[in-house]
Ligand binder design. Structure first.
Ligand code: BDR
Ligand code: CA
Length: 341
């Protein structure tokens, strides 16, 4: 059983990450919190609650913390994830309510109550996590492990030429988070899934077709480059229909940026790393984040050689296995979709 504290900015690939974790038999969602990023925090929370219910996980506490990055104004990205953050998918109104509790307090409370038991997964800007570390500097010791999706190391950014989205939205938070882990033992250092390896996670139309087949959908699910943009899915399977509508938007976005009719599903990979189900290798490094330069704002720098003379504060994923990851995704989420109908 993996018990998760999750912080998301749902988000098409966050949605896939949540669906994947919900599909695993041994996942406990202790709390899922919303950071502003792809869309604003209130929309993130609504999306996440609706999605958890759709995935057969009602009753999970979903809470909001910060509504703005630590030191700069919030920039959202409707062109990447759609106006509501889930591409073309329109999720049903959640029947539960977003928690009135503060996300940051919730993280600290749960981590203190279950020392050494909870795995933290952050697939969003690090705003809430940085605030939680301010409130409880012992979080690195209290958490069983931490996995972060963010950064790009000597690999081009997806927001500026050198900066990745999550880090660029709140570079000050990211800088604080990495600094907070300096000097921790290796096994406590966050595992960082950066663009260098998450962009290898290319989800293609064939994976959507396979997902529908694994779900036992009656109609073949064809999301094809020649179809009109925004064509709605007619799948008889509810989860497949929503994921297909979300992914079609992501395919079109990636095509617009000359990356092909595919989707980089960064957050799904990070979820699999956190769940211990996806293959990867990581290297220790000292990570720092640029917050002072307009040109390089949000750029992550990794010192793999100890040139700064500082202790490592992260383990950066250096290798992964997309084939294994997509087989795992299709079979797990397909089985969940089949169960839910
Ligand atoms: C990250 O940015 C967001 O748009 C995605 O959800 C992912 O977490 C990739 O840079
Ligand atoms: Ca995300």
């Amino acid at each position: 059983m993996t018990a998760f504290l999750l912080d998301v900015d749902t988000g098409i690939d966050d949605a896939l990450a949540v669906a994947y974790l919900a599909a695993l038999p041994d996942t406990e969602f202790v709390a899922v919190t919303a950071s502003p990023g792809n869309v604003d925090a209130d929309q993130v929370a609504r999306n996440t609650l609706a999605l958890l219910e759709l995935c057969g996980r009602p009753g999970v506490e979903v809470a909001i913390g910060a509504r703005e990055p630590l030191s700069i104004p919030l920039l959202t990205t409707p062109e990447t994830h759609g106006p509501q953050g889930i591409g073309y998918a329109v999720l049903p109104e959640p029947y539960g309510a977003v928690s009135a509790r503060d996300a940051v307090e919730l993280w600290v409370e749960h981590a203190r109550a279950r020392p050494g038991e909870l795995t933290a997964l952050i697939t969003a800007p690090l705003t809430n996590f940085a605030l939680a570390l301010r409130m409880e500097p012992r979080l690195p010791e209290l958490l069983a492990g931490v996995v972060i999706m963010g950064g790009s190391f000597y690999y081009q950014g997806n927001t500026t030429p050198t900066a990745e989205w999550n880090t660029h939205v709140d570079p000050h938070a990211a800088k604080e988070v990495y600094a907070a882990f300096e000097g921790q033992p290796l096994e406590k250092l966050p595992i960082v899934c950066s663009l260098d390896t998450t962009e290898r996670m290319e989800l293609h139309p064939v994976h959507v077709r396979q997902l529908a087949e694994a779900a036992g959908a009656k109609v073949a699910e064809e999301v094809l480059p020649g179809q009109p943009e925004g064509q709605p899915s007619t799948s008889d399977n509810t989860l497949v229909r929503h994921l297909s509508d979300a992914l079609r938007f992501y395919f079109e976005f990636h095509r617009r940026y000359d990356q092909g009719y595919l989707a980089h599903v960064h957050d799904f990979f990070a979820a699999g790393v956190a769940a211990g189900t996806l293959e990867f290798q990581a290297r220790p490094a000292t990570v720092d984040v640029e917050t002072g330069s307009t040109l390089l704002m949000g750029t992550t720098v990794a010192d793999f050689r100890g040139l700064w003379g500082r202790a490592p504060n992260a383990r950066i994923v250096a290798d992964n296995n997309p084939g294994q990851a997509f087989r795992e995704l299709v079979s797990r989420v397909g089985a969940l979709a089949a169960r839910l109908g």
